[in-house]
Design a protein around this ligand. Structure first.
Ligand SMILES: [Zn+2]
Ligand SMILES: [Zn+2]
Length: 472
């Protein structure tokens, strides 16, 4: 093979490097690797083809686990590495990667980082360690977020750090991954990666990322719970995201059909939601100013805002949310009132001046608030609508006060009456005239009361409305 390029060319026509043809043929693989073949692209293919034996052989050969510029090819499948920091991230995000493959890579990563940490511990004095953010390595922990500055400091000292120990370009912890699983997190932690609550370059913690990626499956919730067990802070500091775990989860669930949660996952999710609520209950309203809410966005607004679902699906979602959160009658009343405000607001075609999801391709989980100037303008434009909205709400409150039955009966009949009066389309888009679809107050009252008259009052349990507080 003297004089040959053992790496071949990976371009549009040749996506397989020579190493890929040695999968299952250990002698051939070792020969190429000994001759200097770069195992990085072959690792990706081994993951794609679920070839754990080839993966294991390549990893044993001390392959680098973090991408550097030279590895990033523009062709498929290698171009996907642009969005991943490391082979572990790539494997976590790859449907084809087996559980064994992920565990093998995690084990290797721990091994590499142990070598780097021990090396740094031997090379730097305790004073130097403090200066270079390396104080954490003294208690047996592995270097994580600060691994890159440590490598650079080692280079400045004249050390030649092998490529295999390169910790990646980005200054973030190994937990900063949208596809992190509980199993891998546990393996990383027991291997020595103990900083589960570090900030990345954007000021985001792994717990925030987990909240952003929460869905109807219990695994994501269990990871959130695990971060909390390990001492992660439930309150966040990044200004462009919901400010705590509970708000972040509500925001993320806006596009999830929580009514689809499987029965087996329900008890887990309910337990974890209860725990998160207890941790965040002092700050469950944000500081947004919008006609859609009374005091700022609450979880119920974040859960429903601007998602364009019809009332039937929206109210089913609300029922499920109330069940998952184990709402007291009072909490359900106050959340229902806020949801009612939001629904009428959007059906009237009013414009939000509160936080909203950043459109693609910007970061998932981030929320924006329109500029002060824009908010001011929108609120001015909607001032007529806001009077209409307030009228609807005052009728809602008055009828609820007059009604002696349980909230659920009132809620059903209120919507049965109001649904036909409110516009059904154009949800979220701005209407031009405040007189569109606005019935007279008498009309609304009559319509609702005709429904309410059907109650058998003696069957109903009375809920004292005076004591109803805001859901805080
Ligand atoms: Zn709003
Ligand atoms: Zn908000």
């Amino acid at each position: 093979m003297e004089g040959c390029n053992v790496n071949g060319n990976t371009d549009e026509e040749h996506i397989y490097p020579p190493l890929a043809f040695t999968f299952g043929w250990t002698v051939g693989m070792t020969t190429l690797l000994d001759a200097g073949a770069d195992p990085f692209c072959a690792l990706i293919l081994a993951l794609y083809y679920k070839d754990d034996f080839a993966l294991s052989s390549l990893l044993e050969y001390d392959c680098a686990l973090f991408s550097s510029q030279q590895h990033i090819s523009k062709i498929r499948p290698y171009n996907r590495l642009h969005s991943y920091n490391s082979i572990l991230s790539f494997a976590l995000g790859l449907h084809e990667a087996t559980a064994k493959a992920k565990t093998l890579i995690t084990g290797r990563l721990v091994g590499h980082r142990r070598r780097l940490t021990d090396w740094a511990a031997a090379m730097f004095s305790s004073v130097e360690r403090q200066n270079a953010c390396m104080e954490t390595i003294s208690d047996g922990r592995l270097l994580d977020r600060f691994a890159k500055p440590v490598v650079l400091a080692l280079c400045r000292k004249g050390s030649v750090v092998p490529n295999v120990l390169w910790p990646g370009e980005r200054q973030r912890s190994v937990y900063h991954d949208p596809n992190m699983t509980l199993l891998i997190a546990e393996q990383l932690y027991s291997g020595g990666f103990r900083s589960v609550d570090d900030l990345d370059e954007d000021g985001v913690t792994p717990l925030q990322i987990a909240c952003t990626n929460v869905d109807v499956h219990k695994e994501r919730w269990e990871l959130i719970s695990w971060y909390l067990d390990k001492g992660a802070m439930p309150h966040f500091r990044n200004p462009n995201r919901p400010k705590n775990c509970f708000l972040a989860i509500s925001f993320s669930l806006r596009n999830q059909m929580i009514t689809d949660i499987e029965e087996s996952a329900e008890s887990v999710i309910r337990r974890i939601l209860r725990r998160i609520y207890d941790l965040c209950r002092s700050a469950i309203v944000d500081s947004c100013l919008c006609y859609c809410s009374t005091y700022g966005c609450t979880p119920v607004q974040l859960l429903h805002k601007r998602y364009g679902w019809d009332w039937e699906r929206r109210s089913a979602k609300f029922e499920k949310w109330a069940y998952l959160n184990d709402f007291t009658p009072m909490q359900k009343e106050s959340c229902g009132e806020e949801l009612c405000r939001l629904e009428i607001f959007e059906r009237l075609g009013m414009a939000h001046t509160c936080c909203y999801a950043k459109p693609k391709p910007l970061a998932r989980g981030e929320c924006l608030v329109p500029s002060d100037e824009e908010c001011h303008e929108l609120r001015e434009e909607d001032s007529n609508f806001s009077h209409t909205l307030e009228l609807y709400m005052s009728i809602y409150r008055r009828l609820r006060r007059e009604h002696v039955g349980p909230f659920s009966n009132f809620w059903c009949d209120w919507w049965a009456a109001i649904n036909d009066i409110l516009p059904k389309e154009d949800r979220g888009s701005h209407s031009t005239s405040s007189n569109d679809y606005v019935p007279s107050i008498g009309e609304i009252r009559l319509s609702v009361q005709s429904k309410l008259r059907n109650y058998k009052v003696e069957d109903c349990e009375d809920v004292p409305l005076d004591s109803i507080g805001i859901f805080l």
